[in-house]
Design a protein around this ligand. Structure first.
Ligand SMILES: CC(C)(COP(=O)(O)OP(=O)(O)OC[C@H]1O[C@@H](n2cnc3c(N)ncnc32)[C@H](O)[C@@H]1OP(=O)(O)O)[C@@H](O)C(=O)NCCC(=O)NCCS
Length: 310
């Protein structure tokens, strides 16, 4: 099994003659956190991380040089009890000289591919709060925090006394589609000048082809003129009234009230306003999984006469 990605990182299983290089790489990479952990705990951690057990150890090469490693436990982790059907990743490290070149990304991709091929439903891993690069990497790859599976490594290794950082954080990557409930949380200010309630999107729920939000336009409120590049929008007015100026030069005007739907095609300039004295509340769906990426502001239309208040 060989995989090549761009930049040219080759990922494959470790060969026996490379095991010492892997151990050296792991000790160097994890040893860099010496200031963060009591020595006893660091030593136990390093010994544990270097020990491959019956896991599959992967190595990444650039230009023939071994620059990274990761390990996939296809039957779960030795570190923590995990839900049935889970695989776990451990011992991810990249040579400092080769970082930010996609080495870990390539290794993690192969870990997930092997877990999927083995029938796993999720991949778990643990990382310490001070491993900021690792957390950024895992979140970038779609892993989500799963605090229910955090592990107190001091207790695990039988280290007594109050260690500085003893709890390592669990992250989970789902390998099968799952339903998600998103609770109403903090809203976000859209680039188009309106405030949206956090809803369903690639960011919040991992959607692939749509996003769904609620929107409140306060009395007298208005958006900035904008369009959604290449994505359609569908809006349902739940309460209140709205006016939408739309089209070339915002030449067209439509009024909407509770119970009305409006369809906004991709690329069509529009500018919604609430001319009423009550908040206008609407449900907004778009064929774009990302909340804001397709918003293109059109400031040249913001000052079209009579388009700002009614
Ligand atoms: C964490 C680690 C494995 C990342 O390896 P890497 O090969 O540099 O990672 P990649 O190049 O694949 O990075 C992919 C993405 O992860 C994120 N990322 C990686 N390193 C980051 C850093 N130092 N700061 C912020 N984000 C980072 C970025 O989103 C990056 O994409 P970008 O470079 O396009 O911005 C490496 O820094 C390392 O070995 N650290 C020490 C050991 C360790 O912490 N292991 C993890 C234990 S759980």
């Amino acid at each position: 099994m060989t995989r090549t990605t761009a930049p040219p990182v080759t990922v494959r299983e470790v060969r026996p003659e490379e095991r010492d290089d892997v151990a050296t790489l792991l000790r160097r990479a994890y040893g860099a956190f010496a200031d963060e952990l009591p020595p006893d705990l660091l030593d136990r951690w390093l010994d544990d991380v270097v020990e491959p057990g019956d896991a599959v150890t992967l190595v990444g090469h650039i230009g023939g040089r071994l620059v990274g490693t990761a390990r996939i436990h296809l039957d779960g982790s030795r570190t923590a009890a995990l839900p049935p059907g889970s695989a776990s990743v451990r011992a991810v490290a990249v040579d400092p000289d080769a970082r930010r070149s996609g080495v870990a990304t390539a290794l993690m991709g192969e870990c997930a591919a092997q877990a999927r091929a083995a029938g796993a439903t999720a991949v778990y891993l643990h990382t310490a709060p001070f491993m900021h690069a690792a957390a950024a990497l895992y979140e970038r790859l779609g892993y989500e925090r799963d605090p229910a599976h955090d592990v107190d490594v001091a207790a695990l290794y039988g280290i007594s006394g109050p260690p500085v950082q003893a709890v390592i954080s669990a992250y989970r990557l789902d390998l099968v589609p799952r339903c998600r409930v998103i609770r109403p949380g903090q809203g976000y200010a859209g680039r188009q000048g309106l405030t949206y309630a956090a809803g369903l999107s690639a960011e919040s729920a991992g959607t692939r082809g749509l996003c769904l939000h609620t929107l409140t336009i306060p009395p007298g409120g208005r958006a900035k003129a904008h369009r959604h590049e290449a994505h359609e929008s569908a809006i349902y007015v739940v309460r209140g009234k709205a006016v939408v100026w739309w089209g070339e030069g915002l030449a067209h005007r439509d009024e909407m009230e509770a119970g009305d739907f409006i369809y906004i095609p991709a690329g069509v300039p529009h500018l919604p306003i609430n001319p009423g004295s009550e908040p206008a509340f609407a449900v907004v769906a778009r064929t774009d999984p990302n909340e804001q990426e397709s918003v293109v502001l059109m400031p040249e239309l913001d000052d079209v006469p009579d388009r700002s208040t009614s």
